[in-house]
Write a protein that binds this ligand. Structure first.
Ligand SMILES: [Zn+2]
Ligand SMILES: [Zn+2]
Length: 132
């Protein structure tokens, strides 16, 4: 497969990062991550894989607003906006042709938190604390 090189969100260049033998592509600028089909599912279960996600949701909130005309960096089809079924605050883009997934910075970490069973409860506590 040809490597993907251009960020679908900000047009920054992507760098290859290897985790548990799986290559993903991370944007040098907005820190969003491209996962080929099923890689995100595999890596979610790998201990320490959250270290791939070096950005945070604050930094990526601007690019996260870019929801239209996001093209798959691999096959250049329009990606579909998806909502995580377990965690409705996470939106991500999925390609209908190659099933690759684009996660903005911070979203992979949230995915993993959810996988570890601390997701929604942990976040609700944090928000509650901040408001007090
Ligand atoms: Zn980018
Ligand atoms: Zn694609």
């Amino acid at each position: 497969m040809k490597p993907v090189t251009i960020c679908p969100k900000c047009a920054g260049s992507l760098e290859q990062v290897v985790c548990a033998g799986i290559e993903v592509d991370r944007c040098r600028y907005c820190k969003g991550i491209w996962f080929d089909s099923l890689e995100v599912e595999t890596l979610k279960a790998v201990k320490g894989s959250e270290s791939l996600d070096i950005g945070n949701l604050k930094i990526s909130s601007n690019v996260d607003k870019i929801t239209e005309h996001v093209d798959c960096p691999r096959c250049h089809r329009h990606m579909i906006r998806m909502v995580d079924i377990d965690q409705h605050c996470i939106w991500y883009e999925k390609c209908p042709a190659c099933y690759g997934v684009w996660l903005d910075a911070g979203e992979f970490k949230n995915f993993k938190d959810n996988f570890n069973g601390q997701g929604i409860v942990g976040q609700a506590k944090k928000i509650f604390r901040r408001k007090r």
